[in-house]
Design a protein around this ligand. Structure first.
Ligand code: NAP
Length: 279
């Protein structure tokens, strides 16, 4: 029997999750299909009940439901609980279990790209929203040398730094100070939405003080290369856009549903092809 999976969110029509997961099913010849479901906040509870009653194998959850969905689940994984958001639900014979694969997906992606340990790296995280929380928490749990968080709303950077400092040396800086002290960091990660389409000409901060050889990463993948990444590349930096994180969070969700490794490269190729990037 065909097993049904999907993603719920609003808006959802531009989601690349169906393309990516269906590529994996085709590669592994799994008799499954993956659909994008438009779900408004007022329908969230009934949509989650529908996962159980219709017997969907699992779903991903995206904006704006990652936090609110928690109250409708039977079991929350400790990491998802700590992050305070769920992006993956497993339907285990009617028991709905919530996980968060965003942060670990990012750490896997960064490790693969950098090709070595992060334990000796000083990392600047720009932003303190939902995505930043997963990324910062998982990086601090992995164990980095030093992490600094900066954000337009300083209080949110401070709150996130307090949580992360349980695991790694973490502090926070104002955006102005972070920009002035950019030369101190080995890796800079933009987790804000600044630079996302249609605001192609915006950057979260100036790279004037970026140190030679620093690595710059952006969670955004639309545009494929943000202004931040273009400028960093022009300065000779290694760069990573949001595709790798997106693919790895999807691969980790796949593993939770099917208890087997996902065909990561096939998934990545499908996403890049869809975005019109180069493989
Ligand atoms: P969010 O919770 O709304 O957080 C937005 C962040 O951006 C906050 O830190 C916010 O600062 C900052 N920000 C927004 N507009 C700003 C502006 N004009 N000036 C200064 N700061 C601004 O959103 P999110 O869910 O974390 O998503 C953030 C980005 O990550 C989005 O572009 C999203 O597409 C991307 N993302 C990518 C992946 C992936 O798989 N690649 C996964 C998740 C998210 P304040 O706190 O001051 O408001």
């Amino acid at each position: 029997m065909n097993q049904v999976l999907g993603v719920i969110g609003s808006p959802i029509s531009h989601s690349l999750s169906p393309v990516m997961h269906e590529a994996a099913y085709e590669e592994l010849q799994l008799n499954c299909s993956y659909h994008a479901f438009h779900v408004e906040s007022t329908q969230l509870k009934s949509a989650v009940e529908g996962v159980r009653s219709l017997g969907l194998k699992g779903i991903n959850v995206t904006i704006p439901h990652k936090v609110d969905v928690i109250q409708y689940l039977d079991h929350i994984d400790p990491l998802a609980e700590e992050i305070g958001a769920v992006n993956t639900i497993v339907n285990d014979q009617g028991v709905l279990k919530g996980y968060n694969t965003d942060g670990d997906g990012y750490v896997y992606a960064l490790l693969q790209r950098i090709g070595k340990t992060l334990h000796d790296k000083r990392i600047l995280i720009v932003g303190a929203g939902g995505a930043a929380k997963g990324v910062a928490l998982c990086l601090s749990k992995y164990g980095v040398k030093k992490m600094t968080i900066t954000n337009r709303t300083s209080s949110k950077a401070e709150d996130l730094a307090v949580i992360c400092s349980q695991y790694s040396d973490t502090d926070y800086l104002s955006l102005g100070m972070a920009q002035a002290e950019l030369a101190k960091f080995d890796i800079m990660i933009n987790t804000t939405s600044i630079g996302m389409a249609p605001n192609f000409d915006q950057m979260p901060l100036s790279l004037e003080n970026l140190r030679k050889g620093a690595f710059v990463s952006d969670l955004i993948y639309n545009p494929y290369k943000t202004k931040l990444l273009i400028e960093a590349e022009n300065k000779g930096s290694g760069i990573m856009n949001g595709v790798d994180m997106f693919v790895h969070q999807g691969a980790l969700a796949f593993k939770k549903w099917f208890n087997k490794e996902a065909p990561v490269q096939i998934m990545k190729n499908s996403v890049i092809k869809h975005l019109g990037g180069s493989i």
